[in-house]
Design a protein around this ligand. Structure first.
Ligand SMILES: Nc1ncnc2c1ncn2[C@@H]1O[C@H](COP(=O)(O)OP(=O)(O)OP(=O)(O)O)[C@@H](O)[C@H]1O
Ligand SMILES: [Mg+2]
Length: 212
């Protein structure tokens, strides 16, 4: 269980402060909605460790996460238009998720498996610039798979996709979450994404997370 307990934060120079408490269970998608500017991305930044709360606790299975810098947290972050390297192949982009020092042959095998798991078997050598938006999100998910972190944070990951692609991509996120027991926290303002994917839904109202 990922658990935030009264994480308090205010952006420098801003009066309004946030008090975030939530629970996200393994194998489930926990959705976060809220008006533009309500603090959704701020919440993900706190969970990922890009900003630090002034007080509160954040734990995964009881272990403190706040003392870890972003790169050492058991967390992956996937954004709307994920920063893939357009001039590199699908394989090379996905391989960025591998732990440092993975032997080449093992790495290639794992990348091939991850690309197959996201439905991109045979796309290894394709340059990312030549892939569709949905295929790019799948490459980013393959990289996330190889990072193999138990917490997945998604910030409007389907916004740039057309309706059909958005449906298949979100099904994939649901499947991967269940299969790998990820604690997936999904920021979305799309009611159908939330209805299709989320077991639990919080809305940010006046700086606090309210169960919907
Ligand atoms: N680095 C920053 N410094 C100061 N204020 C910030 C900073 N980042 C965000 N804010 C402010 O904090 C508030 C919450 O921003 P945040 O990006 O978390 O909103 P959001 O819910 O993700 O909005 P959107 O749906 O538009 O992405 C906004 O008022 C924003 O202007
Ligand atoms: Mg945002």
């Amino acid at each position: 269980m990922l658990r935030a307990d009264d994480l308090v934060f205010a952006h420098p120079g801003q009066q309004k402060s946030y008090h975030f408490s939530l629970e996200a269970r393994p194998g489930e998608v926990t959705a976060i909605s809220g008006a533009s500017g309500s603090g959704k991305s701020t919440l993900l930044d706190l969970l990922a460790g890009f900003i630090a709360p002034v007080s509160g606790t954040l734990t995964l299975d009881g272990e403190d996460l706040l003392s870890f810098p972003p790169e050492a947290r058991p967390v992956s972050l996937l954004l709307q238009a994920d920063n893939l390297f357009e001039h590199l192949s699908a394989q090379d982009n996905a391989a960025l998720g591998l732990p440092r020092g993975t032997p080449k042959a093992t790495g290639l095998q794992q990348v091939a498996e991850a690309l197959a798991e996201v439905g991109l078997a045979g796309f290894e050598a394709k340059q990312v610039a030549n892939l569709s938006g949905g295929q790019k999100q799948r490459v980013a998910l393959a990289r996330t798979l190889l990072r193999n972190r138990p917490v997945l944070l998604l910030d409007e990951p389907f916004s740039a996709l057309d309706d059909d692609t958005r449906r298949t991509t979100r099904e994939l996120v649901g499947d991967l979450t269940r299969r790998h027991k990820w604690h997936t926290v999904l920021v979305s303002h799309h009611a159908d994404d939330i209805a299709a994917l989320a077991s639990v839904h919080y809305r940010i109202v006046a700086g606090r997370l309210e169960r919907v």
